[in-house]
Design a protein around this ligand. Structure first.
Ligand code: SF4
Ligand code: SF4
Length: 419
């Protein structure tokens, strides 16, 4: 493991020990869920649940380092090991257990607070008052929360207002950091799906052939960009192993099929079958990619939002085919969904407000007016449309949250503090 990484983390509720609010510590690692979402969604089938012990284990030799298990785990348990390029998490020292020893954390815990035992899932009850409801078993049980110290009023009297505010209204602490800087390859890839699909579909429906060289270079760029994201690129072929459950596997398979049908279609073979099949598979790729985001743990992002890849693909397709009515309808839908997202997440700083204005005015309103007045020709309209979509998708990564128990506890505590 990388230095500084911890597969077990101690979370503290009410770190200021204010007596009006319960105070406790929670030692957290992988909870070896009854039906682990990480196992279900791992595209490489690198995660398995031992049928006898129930322990959930990542196989180091199969993991491709896509990091998606950390997106779907509601406990923030898997950690990416940069030096090895794979995911790591607590495996309850299963090798020690199978040799008759107890897990290492249990043997060194001085108070005996950590104990492993086989439990009956039917009898487990969630007893931590502020522990986030994940809907996943097992729940955590804590018997003795709370110990007195300074009261909330004493604390408020002691600290300047600005410190209180910075503590109680600060941004979420994210264990899983999904940001544009970190996920720029996904940003590029998802945008490419929309552009490539719309260009292919538009030309196919118009009965034209696009330049196979330009299309081929774009498609290969898409494959390379998607591979950069993986910690273990040499194992990338494993990404399709879990087609029956994983949206990442489905996205990869559908994208590969789209490329195959596209090249058949571009070379003039199997037309129109390959053209129709190409369009169906690019839509399935876009939908699978959207599902990857909406299935993430604690994701507040709804399936339908303005930067949704399926919607953007349709939007570009309407523009390229010159279907003006469809383009205007989708513009209105996009601006409504965008404003709904903004109202829900807040308009943010002055730079974010400028981006919002740019997205709506330059990315949607001006192109719509230009199209209505002058038709869909020229280079200005596609540049503005693309810039608008890039802004929207970039903001999407900024607003996309994967909430961990630490975030939920902090948020809950902040609300308690301000009551
Ligand atoms: S979802 Fe998270 S807590 Fe549950 S088994 Fe997977 S890694 Fe562990
Ligand atoms: S990083 Fe990807 S491949 Fe590795 S265990 Fe997690 S989901 Fe599976």
């Amino acid at each position: 493991m990388d230095p500084g990484s911890n597969l077990r983390d101690v979370l503290t509720y009410n770190p200021l020990i204010i007596s009006d609010i319960p105070h406790y510590h929670l030692s957290m690692a992988c909870n070896h869920c009854l039906e682990p979402p990480c196992e279900e969604q791992c595209p490489a089938k690198a995660i398995r649940k031992d049928p006898e012990s129930g322990i959930v284990i990542i196989d180091d030799t199969l993991c491709i380092g896509c990091t998606y298990c950390s997106w779907v785990c509601p406990y923030g348990a898997p950690e990416f090991d940069i030096s090895e390029g794979i995911m790591k998490k607590c495996d309850l020292c299963h090798e020690r257990i199978s040799s008759g020893f107890r897990p290492a954390c249990e043997t060194v815990c001085p108070t005996g607070a950590l104990q492993t035992q086989l439990i009956d899932p039917e009898t487990v009850e969630q007893k931590v008052p502020f522990f986030p409801e994940t809907g996943i078993s097992p729940a955590i049980s804590i018997e003795k929360p709370g110990r007195p110290s300074a009261s909330k009023q004493q604390y408020i009297n002691t600290y300047p207002e600005e410190i209180l505010k910075s503590y109680s209204s600060g941004p979420d602490v994210k264990v899983v950091d999904v940001s544009l800087k970190r996920e720029w390859t996904l940003f590029m890839f998802t945008l490419l799906i929309s552009v490539l699909g719309a260009v292919f579909g538009g030309n196919f429906l118009a009965g034209k052939n696009i330049d196979p060289v330009i299309f081929g270079v774009s498609a290969i760029s898409g494959i390379v960009i998607s591979l950069i994201h993986l910690g273990k690129k040499s194992r990338s072929f494993r990404i399709i192993r879990n087609f029956s459950n994983s949206w990442i596997s489905r996205e990869s398979v559908f994208f590969a099929l789209f490329l195959s049908f596209s090249f058949l279609s571009l070379s003039g073979k199997l037309n129109p079958f390959s053209g129709i099949a190409g369009m169906i598979t690019i839509y399935l790729t876009a939908f699978s990619a959207d599902m990857i985001y909406s299935r993430s743990a604690g994701a507040r992002m709804e399936l339908f939002h303005s930067a949704q890849i399926t919607l953007t693909l349709s939007f570009f397709l309407c523009y390229i085919t010159g279907f003006i009515t469809g383009f205007i309808i989708l513009s209105v839908i996009k601006v409504s969904l965008y404003l709904r997202r903004k109202v829900s997440y807040g308009f943010g700083s002055s730079i974010q407000i400028l981006l919002t204005l740019f997205r709506i005015i330059a990315g949607l309103a001006i192109p719509s007016v230009l199209i209505l007045l002058t038709g869909a020709g020229g280079i200005i309209i596609p540049i503005l449309l693309l810039a608008g979509e890039m802004t929207d998708r970039g903001e999407f990564y900024y607003e996309f949250d994967i909430l961990s128990p630490r975030d939920v506890m902090n948020n809950y505590f902040n609300r308690e503090l301000l009551k």
